[in-house]
Design a protein around this ligand. Structure first.
Ligand SMILES: Cc1cc2nc3c(=O)[nH]c(=O)nc-3n(C[C@H](O)[C@H](O)[C@H](O)COP(=O)(O)OP(=O)(O)OC[C@H]3O[C@@H](n4cnc5c(N)ncnc54)[C@H](O)[C@@H]3O)c2cc1C
Ligand code: FES
Length: 240
């Protein structure tokens, strides 16, 4: 993990309250999809953790929802603005453990890390089936981007205004392997429909790099820090 200054290349609105920011800077440390960055914002004591959606040799992409003062401040930034960022943090998904045709489920702002994961799996010759879940049509984003990767994609909305009416679990039948990121009830529902899988958890974070124990959660194998040994946990170890 390095503390670096990144320069905003673009920051655009994708859907209701959802923004995509492209950042130029050092990405050499990123090793797996599902890792995250921690952003220092002027005037805020705690950094804000956001998943890495995609990255290449010189830049990374994040997608975030404006939910409070920090993310509102981010939405007002533009190209050329600079951000102090810790990158990368967390373990990310273990690609070698994922089967050849897994279900990949993202809910709301849990969708972004699943993009990087889907891209990496396709590059490895796997055939992921992607289900993206949202509350309503105005919140849908990245359907085309996932399709452009070559994945089979289904979209669900809770109110039925777009795609399949219901939750991500209405978008697939029981599967051998699943990966998911989203609200905890969604993770549990996906876990119940797959034999094995990896699930990305959120927690309120202080340091973000394993120093304060503020994000500890109990697993079947003892306590783990969501920011360090997570955010991705395996189905076998999760205590719901
Ligand atoms: C590992 C990790 C990855 C994340 N990835 C993304 C991402 O890719 N895109 C994205 O939009 N968001 C992501 N989040 C959530 C994001 O960190 C919070 O939404 C953000 O920090 C809120 O900052 P704020 O100042 O705007 O809101 P605040 O003023 O701090 O809070 C506003 C509201 O948001 C809720 N909130 C704040 N932080 C969290 C949190 N960590 N988890 C759940 N609810 C929270 C609060 O309960 C409150 O209701 C991630 C969180 C973690 C821990
Ligand atoms: S936030 Fe400090 S240990 Fe995880």
């Amino acid at each position: 993990m390095e503390k670096q200054i990144y320069t905003i290349l673009s920051n655009e609105r994708l859907a209701r309250d959802i923004y995509r920011m492209e950042l130029e800077g050092d990405t050499r440390g990123i090793t797996a999809p599902g890792q995250f960055i921690n952003i220092k914002l002027e005037g805020f004591y705690l950094r804000r953790p956001i998943s890495i959606c995609d990255w290449d040799d010189t830049k990374l992409t994040i997608i975030y929802k404006t939910v409070g003062q920090g993310t509102e401040k981010m939405a007002k930034m533009g190209p050329g603005n600079r951000l102090d960022i810790l990158c990368p943090l967390g373990n990310g998904y273990d690609l070698d453990k994922i089967s050849d045709a897994p279900v990949i489920a993202g809910g709301g702002v849990g969708v972004p890390p699943m993009y990087g994961l889907t891209k990496a799996l396709i590059e490895k010759g796997k055939k992921p089936m992607v289900v993206l879940g949202f509350n309503t049509k105005e919140e849908v984003f990245y359907e085309k981007e996932f399709r452009d990767l070559g994945a089979e994609v289904k979209v669900t909305t809770a109110d039925g205004s777009y795609g399949i009416k219901g939750f991500v679990t209405d978008g697939f039948t029981a599967a051998d392997y699943g990966c998911a990121c989203g609200p905890e009830p969604m993770l549990k529902a996906v876990s119940d429909k797959v034999k094995h899988g990896q699930f990305s958890f959120e927690a309120r974070m202080a340091c973000g790099f394993g120093g304060c124990m503020g994000c500890s959660c109990e697993t079947k194998y003892g306590y783990k820090r969501i920011c360090k040994e997570g955010p991705v946990l395996e189905k076998e170890e999760i205590k719901w």
